[in-house]
Design a protein around this ligand. Structure first.
Ligand SMILES: [Zn+2]
Ligand SMILES: [Zn+2]
Length: 179
């Protein structure tokens, strides 16, 4: 099976997972940290992000987490609400060597809205592809990390090999002490 939506959907999902995880883990708490995250992920329009941009972005995190965890039908309703509240105006653009792709807001829109609308556009593709359950949480009880499961059969359970091996070791010890 191939993923039947544009690769920027995967990229956006991994970006918003990094945003929500970074917020939860206390790594994102300032305008500088938002600018750094956006630079790392090449998310445009954030190089001048201010404290109020950061506060507005953090305010969108619970919405994005709710979309991440919700069943498909509920995601559809949440996506529509984000589009409505941010006054999204999808339009096709071609720039900086990138072929035609969709922008949800005009250039110069607040970065917080740009992030929320980009997330909503990526969720739109997942809803249409009936693939929202690729948006997962780590199977390690002590780790609530969000990750996007790109695996062929949607079988990935852990955010990282660290969490996977920690869980395997714990399960091994539990079996050993039971024996
Ligand atoms: Zn673009
Ligand atoms: Zn984990």
């Amino acid at each position: 099976m191939t993923l039947h939506y544009p690769h920027e959907v995967v990229r956006t999902m991994e970006f918003v997972a990094a945003l929500c995880n970074g917020r939860r883990e206390g790594e994102l708490d300032s305008a500088a940290s938002l600018r750094r995250l956006c630079a790392e992920w090449a998310f445009p329009g954030a190089s001048g992000a201010s404290r109020s941009d950061a506060a507005a972005t953090w305010a969108h995190v619970p919405t994005i987490e709710a979309m991440w965890d919700a069943p498909r039908d509920a995601v559809a309703g949440m996506v529509n609400r984000v589009f409505r509240e941010a006054d999204a105006r999808p339009h096709l653009v071609r720039h900086d060597g990138l072929d035609w792709h969709l922008h949800g807001l005009q250039a110069g829109a607040p970065v917080a809205d740009a992030i929320a609308v980009d997330a909503a556009m990526a969720f739109t593709d997942l809803v249409r592809a009936d693939d929202t359950d690729r948006c997962k949480r780590c199977g390690d009880d002590r780790c609530a990390s969000m990750f996007f499961d790109r695996s062929r059969n949607r079988s990935r359970r852990f955010c990282s090999t660290t969490c996977q091996s920690r869980t395997n070791v714990a399960a091994f010890r539990a079996r050993a002490s039971a024996a």
